[in-house]
Design a protein. Structure first.
Length: 267
């Protein structure tokens, strides 16, 4: 029990804004640009920005009674059963759902006014990396893809922002230009600011999906944002990627995931 409590305290400390944790990169190597772009196959929802937020669906397993965030080292994890059921109706890997759900719980404790939803995090995860499966990667039981997920070089070429290297290649393997990294596609400088330890191992790794999902939650909740309101939700998503089409795609995914999960819960 003492060990479990310590793990929870670590997660909450980081979710609450701590940036002291050691960050780690999973041996990144800058690779050729893949033609597998997860967002291309996603249809943008026909919804006006700022008009509505996706429906809400709480994480099951007692989470609506303020269940504490779970460690991946738990022997009895109430998120597992929920994740398996929701995976069956959404097509989202259960391991990824577990990370999104855990991030919601951690943020619910650290910043209850934000009301970030696991479904929104799942929508972003689908757009950014197909839930840690970008470029043929397989998401492992430890929450890490079978190979590091590294985006295109942000070198100012056609359709790409220009962001000079900020990490010496530590996270993205590129010492010339920055590249987005991990399942939630963090730019190295942004990761350093919002790094999180979602699995309670004392490290913040942008390639590890529990860490990445919690960091995304922290980022979206910044500045007292309420992600359950139309204005707060759209503001948060557009801060992640300032594209209306991007936000509409995330909206459609998040709304669909939440609707499916509600059906499972009702059944």
């Amino acid at each position: 029990m003492a060990v479990r409590l310590a793990v929870v305290l670590v997660v909450l400390a980081v979710a609450g804004g701590g940036t002291w944790l050691i960050t780690r990169a999973s041996a990144p190597v800058a690779s050729p640009t893949t033609t597998d772009i997860p967002a291309l196959s996603v249809k943008a929802a026909d919804v006006r920005p700022g008009s509505i937020a996706p429906v809400s669906a709480v994480v099951a397993g007692g989470a609506d009674q303020q269940t504490t965030p779970q460690s991946v080292h738990s022997t009895a994890d109430p998120l597992d059963d929920w994740a398996k059921k929701v995976a069956a109706v959404t097509g989202v890997p259960a391991r990824a759902l577990r990370a999104y759900g855990n991030a919601e719980l951690a943020m619910r404790s650290a910043d209850p006014g934000c009301r970030i939803s696991w479904a929104t995090l799942a929508g972003i995860g689908r757009i950014e990396s197909n839930h840690g499966q970008y470029g043929g990667a397989v998401l492992g039981a430890d929450g890490r893809p079978s190979k590091p997920i590294i985006g295109v070089p942000l070198d100012g070429s056609s359709g790409v922002r220009a962001i000079s290297d900020t990490d010496g290649g530590r996270f993205d393997g590129d010492a010339v230009a920055d590249r987005a990294v991990g399942p939630m596609q963090f730019i190295p400088s942004t990761w350093r600011k919002w790094a999180a330890d979602g699995n309670g191992d004392g490290l913040g790794d942008p390639q590890q999906i529990d860490d990445a999902a919690l960091a995304a939650g922290r980022y979206l909740c910044a500045g007292g944002r309420d992600m359950a309101t139309p204005s707060g939700w759209w503001s948060g998503i557009l801060s992640y990627n300032n594209s209306t089409e991007y936000a509409q795609k995330v909206f459609g995914l998040a709304d669909g995931y939440a609707q499916s999960a509600k059906a499972v819960r009702a059944g």
